[in-house]
Each structure stands twice: as structure tokens, then as C-alpha cells.
Design a binder for this molecule. Structure first.
Ligand code: 13P
Length: 251
């Protein structure tokens, strides 16, 4: 059985004050989340503070990005080992905002994925098509290409200690959610593709959906057989909404 995972990607939002309030709100209601593993991904600078605030709770921390290098003269970068050192368990790699706004390639994302695993972090690798790619009918090719970069660098077994997030770019921050069936179709494609390499890995890997997931649409998305959780942006900034998404996967 795959344990559901709901991860909040806070993106570049928050202050010391607002993040303290957000964490307090999550802690106050977390007992109502029975089944899902809950993760928050704050901006780097707030990670040690959030990790300290979450100490003793079941909520885990993740980072939003990571360097592909281990240490040294790489100004502005943050190494996976540093994230592990301050108590992170997860790290997002290859988010579409990194790929599309900052030009990060499939190969670069794969190197970040490998660096994260080497340091003992669990990478959450994001894949997903642009609107024009969906309209062209090449969603599966795009997602396959993005996954192949990771598999060819780090091997299929690496995905057993990783998470995949399918985030159609046209659904991110737009309020335009993929329908549960649209999402399920791509999730099933991903699992089927992985099964072509290793059926055990395919069966075990958690595949999250991301893109305008909210308290109202989460239950239906999470009820689909190959959707194992969510990577949540906007709705994760409100404790009640984030917790409601977690509760939507209660047994
Ligand atoms: P929204 O939930 O705001 O659409 O963002 C999704 C996302 O990009 C999570 O990584």
C-alpha cells in the first residue's frame, strides 16, 4: 500500500510572522489527518525555523530546490547535505517554474535528483506538459522524456526512494484543475512506463498530482487509483485548506 502524501509548496511566499502563524495553524489541526503523510516546503531561509517549530510533530519538511553539486565554490547554491543537516526529508526538483522561468533542463534536473538521493533526501521530481504540448497531443512524450532523464542518470531503482509529481503546467496557479480522469490517465501512463523497467518500483512509487488542487476538488482527485497525493501551491498557504486536503485522503 502506498501511503498518501500531501506536500505544500509555499513557493516564494511568507514572512517570519506569517509562516509562524501558518505552522501553528497546521499543528493545531494535524490530528484530524489520519492517513496522509504531510510535508511543508518553505523558502530556504525559513527552513530551520519551520523544522524547529515542527519538532515532535508528524509533519515533515522539504525544500523547494537543491544544488546539483556537493559543496564548494558555487555562490548562491544550497547543497543537499545542508538540507539533510537541518532536518529536511524531502526536496522538490524540476518544478515547472524552475524549468520554464529559469531554464533548467531535464539533464540538470536529473543531476539535482541524484544529488538529493546521495545525501539521503527523498526527491519529489516534477513532470508535466505545457498547454501547447497538451494541445499538440504530446503530453505522454513530454512526461516520458522528463522521466527518462532521471532514469538514465540514476537508474530505475532510484525511483523507489523518490516521489513523482505530475503537474500539468496549464493547471498551476490558474484555478484550472485537470479533471480527475485527465490526471489519472497521465498517472497511469507514468506507472505503466515505470513498470516496463521494474514492476516493483512502479507499484511502490508515489505519484502526486499538482495544479490548483484545493479543499473542494482534492477528494475526487485523491480517489483515483494512481493518484497518491498532492503537491499543493496556493491552497497550502491556508492551514484549513491544507489540512482539508490531508483529510480528504483519510481512509
Ligand atoms: P497551485 O496549487 O497554486 O496551482 O500550485 C501547484 C504547484 O505548482 C505546486 O508545486
Amino acid at each position: 500500500m502506498r501511503q498518501p502524501l500531501v506536500a505544500g509548496n509555499w513557493k516564494m511566499n511568507g514572512t517570519t510572522e506569517s509562516i509562524t502563524a501558518l505552522v501553528d495553524g497546521i499543528k493545531a489541526g494535524i490530528d484530524a489527518v489520519k492517513t496522509a503523510e504531510m510535508v511543508v516546503c518553505p523558502p530556504y531561509v525559513y527552513l530551520p525555523m519551520v523544522a524547529a517549530l515542527l519538532q515532535g510533530t508528524a509533519v515533515r519538511c522539504g525544500a523547494q530546490d537543491v544544488s546539483d553539486r556537493e559543496s564548494g565554490a558555487f555562490t548562491g547554491e544550497v547543497a543537499a547535505g545542508m538540507l539533510a543537516d537541518i532536518g529536511c526529508k524531502y526536496v522538490i526538483v524540476g518544478h515547472s517554474e524552475r524549468r520554464n522561468l529559469y531554464g533548467e533542463s531535464d539533464a540538470f534536473t536529473a543531476r539535482k535528483f541524484a544529488a538529493a538521493r546521495k545525501a539521503g533526501l527523498v526527491p519529489i521530481v516534477c513532470v508535466g506538459e505545457l498547454l501547447e504540448e497538451r494541445e499538440e497531443g504530446i503530453t505522454e512524450q513530454v512526461v516520458a522524456r522528463q522521466l527518462d532523464a532521471v532514469i538514465s542518470l540514476d537508474g530505475i531503482a532510484a525511483l523507489e526512494s523518490a516521489v513523482i509529481a505530475y503537474e500539468p503546467v496549464w493547471a498551476i496557479g490558474t484555478g484550472k484543475t485537470a479533471t480527475p480522469q485527465q490526471a489519472q490517465d497521465v498517472h497511469a501512463f507514468i506507472r505503466g512506463k515505470l513498470a516496463g523497467f521494474d514492476s516493483k518500483v512502479a507499484e511502490r512509487v508515489r505519484i502526486l498530482y499538482g495544479g490548483s488542487m484545493n479543499a473542494a476538488n482534492a477528494a475526487e482527485l485523491l480517489s483515483m487509483p494512481d493518484i497518491d497525493g498532492g503537491l499543493v501551491g496556493g491552497a497550502s498557504l491556508k492551514p484549513a485548506d491544507f489540512l482539508a486536503i490531508g483529510q480528504a485522503s483519510n481512509d
